[in-house]
Design a protein around this ligand. Structure first.
Ligand SMILES: [Zn+2]
Length: 255
């Protein structure tokens, strides 16, 4: 539980070249699989409305030795800087919540459901799990350290351990965190998990950079600036954050 194990994931887009290469190669390999995998979008009304029906993916209290919120969902500065690359197919936003946690922290199902995929074509490496829930919702748990021992089709209960947290950069010291997404079951729509998860978000937002770190559009500087006012994303939709006057500007003057 060293302090370094809780390093907040780097917010922006300068991944090491080797890692980026690995990710790109993986993406190319998965593209064919993914094309067959993703279903047609469900009608808008088919998805359960947010009612705090889920729980947190970790047990116990948050803190520097357990887990803390890292990057928020939505219009984060980190996603803005990678809006045309990593997040280009997600309308430029970070389509999940990042929870900083030491590698090996038990990850728990946020709700009752059925295991839909173990290491499916969803990225978020090294390993991921997808659970289907009532209301046509799915939760994705990414950057798991090892392949989950769950089987597809297995029933899980809320709070059940479904894997252990890992590191998006495969090291356990550079960016250990869980990436949690809430999608519709067609995997075409991505929702802000906050209003779906019962938690004291106001207090949680006081730690880490969760309550900050959103990219400003100086033409509409109050839009998408708080954890609970972030937009839904649709796979393949137009970029939401192609701002004419962004702040902060991207490093090196690039926009
Ligand atoms: Zn993430």
């Amino acid at each position: 539980m060293s302090a370094s194990a809780l390093t907040v994931p780097p917010p922006s887009g300068r991944p090491r070249r080797a890692i980026l290469g690995t990710i790109l190669a993986g993406s190319a390999l998965l593209a064919g699989v993914a094309a067959a995998h993703y279903a047609a979008p469900l009608p808008d009304g088919a998805v359960a409305r947010p009612a705090r029906q889920f729980g947190l993916p970790f047990a116990g209290a948050p803190g520097p030795d357990s887990w803390l919120l890292g990057q928020g969902y939505g219009n984060t500065t980190g996603a803005y800087r990678q809006r045309r690359s990593t997040y280009g197919n997600l309308q430029g936003i970070h389509a999940g919540l990042d929870f900083s946690a030491p590698c090996g922290t038990p990850v728990r199902a946020i709700g009752d459901g059925v295991v839909a995929e173990v290491d499916g074509p969803h990225g978020s490496p090294p390993h991921n799990v997808v659970i289907n829930h009532a209301g046509n919702l799915s939760s994705l748990y990414g950057h798991l350290r090892v392949r989950s021992s769950l089987r597809v089709g297995q029933t899980v209960k809320r709070g059940q351990v479904i894997g252990e947290s890992g590191d998006s950069q495969f090291t356990c010291v550079s960016a250990p965190h869980l990436h949690l997404e809430l999608r519709d079951r067609s995997h075409q729509r991505f929702f802000n998990p906050l209003p779906y998860i019962a938690a004291d978000w106001d207090s949680l937002a006081l730690a880490g950079n969760f309550g900050r770190g959103y990219e400003y559009d100086l033409d509409a500087p109050r839009r998408w600036q708080t954890p609970d006012t972030q937009p839904e994303a649709r796979r393949g939709g137009a970029l939401l954050n192609e701002f004419r006057r962004p702040w902060p500007p991207a490093p090196g003057g690039a926009r």
